[in-house]
Ligand binder design. Structure first.
Ligand code: AMP
Ligand code: GLY
Length: 415
């Protein structure tokens, strides 16, 4: 089978890597891909939102399966276009992807189907939003309603901060026209439960945890994610069962009942609070960087799973027992302004796996080409061993414009 992966980050590199382990795969294409992906797949210069071009490419090349990475492609309707053309695609329709694209859709779905989540109200009017926030305890959780690459959430600890954020979101057009969802503030460890979903059927993956803040000690600005690991010792089997039975399966069923059945990866961003596990957010796709630590643990043939989801068939998931822990190497300045084009050396000396998040080649040289640049994954019998290996590999990589966190896994490993 010929397979096409849409996207250009570490997540897509991990998907390409998992596909390359399948004996059913004859050739992998990736659009647009990156310098690391190009070592395992043929990169095709089509942007992830060029839906018509992607569809025509898949039809022309006889692609048997297309796998979608990024949310922007889903929101652009790539799955709808492929389905309309009779092409097999792994990823939800635009209507189903609203569970990520619209915070208000997700919150109303959870309210209607009694899925545990933070209480909320949605506003379009600045004065009303401000009055509501002013009358409630701080911190205030303010979420801009729309795709914002993980940056549309503000946790305001003072009324001044809350006011500035509400102005940004509702008055200043900084994010464009929109709505704000104001949520109750929840506390507890966060974790990610990614599930393969096909209508009402749900196959949970192993748990993982992302680290969203830029610097050690969970300090600094929110990012797309600076590291991840799997498994999670602080989430019990009972917690996991609860999350699957009380959250993920009911949501999958709710999407069917609402007339927009979900097909693809449903990502539960969950929090273990004192009052039980609650939903922070849903995403309509594989997480990045969670995918890079979850898929290496998958023992089953991923093509069987993708096809079972897309075709409505049966499948089973088997997992390796080992632990994985991965560290992002990001450009200095990220998630703010950063430079591109710095040379990277030493990858040939790395012993574990490196997924490329934002790289390009210039002749023989490998260059940084994004905010998040590389993802270095250690694998071990324990998380401690996986972390030691990842940190050792990070030291082998030379580049004068990268930084990383040294405490990935601290929830599980440190006191
Ligand atoms: P989101 O994009 O919705 O995942 O939010 C980004 C981050 O903001 C989450 O990973 C949490 O750390 C934090 N956050 C979001 N909603 C809440 C909430 N209701 N209470 C506390 N923290 C939250
Ligand atoms: N790791 C967070 C996300 O993929 O949205």
């Amino acid at each position: 089978m010929k397979v096409l992966v849409i996207g250009s980050g570490g997540r897509e590199h991990a998907i390409v890597d998992a596909l390359s382990r399948s004996p059913q795969v004859e050739k992998i294409y990736c659009a647009p891909g990156n310098a690391g992906i190009a070592r395992q797949a043929e990169c095709v210069a089509i942007k992830d939102t060029e839906v018509g071009q992607l569809r025509d490419f898949a039809a022309r090349e006889g692609i048997g399966l297309t796998v979608v990475g990024p949310e922007v492609a889903l929101a652009a309707g790539v799955a709808d276009a492929f389905k309309a053309a009779g092409l097999r695609i792994f990823g939800p329709t635009k209507a189903a992807a609203r569970i990520e694209a619209s915070k208000e859709f997700a919150k109303e779905l959870m309210a209607k189907y009694d899925i545990p989540t933070a209480g909320f109200r949605a506003f379009t009017d600045y004065d009303e939003a401000r009055a509501y926030v002013a009358a409630r305890p701080l911190p205030a959780v303010l979420k801009y309603d729309g795709l914002a690459a993980g940056k549309g959430v503000v946790i305001a600890r003072t009324m001044e901060e809350a006011d500035a954020a509400l102005r940004d979101m509702l008055c200043d057009d900084k994010f464009g026209e929109g709505k704000v969802v104001v949520e109750d503030y929840l506390e507890g460890p966060e974790f990610s439960l990614l599930c393969f979903v096909s209508g009402e059927r749900v196959w949970p993956m192993v748990l993982s945890q992302d680290h969203k803040r830029a610097y050690d000690g969970d300090e600094g600005p929110n990012t797309g994610g600076m590291g991840a690991y799997s498994p999670l010792p602080f989430i019990t089997a009972e917690d996991e069962r609860y999350a699957v039975e009380r959250i993920m399966r009911p949501v999958a069923a709710a999407m069917v009942a609402e007339g927009c059945p979900f097909e693809g990866v449903l990502y539960g961003g969950l929090m273990k609070t004192r009052d039980g596990i609650k939903v922070i957010e849903f995403n309509a796709r594989f997480g990045d960087p969670e995918t890079e630590v979850v898929l290496p643990r998958l023992k089953s043939d991923i093509v069987d799973i993708f096809c079972a989801v897309a075709d409505g068939g049966e499948t089973e998931l088997e997992w390796h027992d080992f632990a994985t822990l991965g560290i992002v190497l990001a450009s200095k300045g990220y998630p703010g302004d950063y430079e591109k084009g710095h040379e990277i050396k030493g990858l040939d000396r790395v012993e574990g796996t490196v997924y490329h998040m934002g790289t390009k080649t210039d002749g023989d040289r490998l260059l940084t080409n994004g905010g998040r640049v590389l993802f270095v994954v250690g694998q071990g019998a324990t998380l401690a061993e996986a972390r030691a290996k990842a940190l050792a590999d990070v030291e082998r990589i030379e580049c004068d414009n990268l930084f990383h966190r040294t405490d990935i896994g601290h929830w599980a490993l440190d006191d």
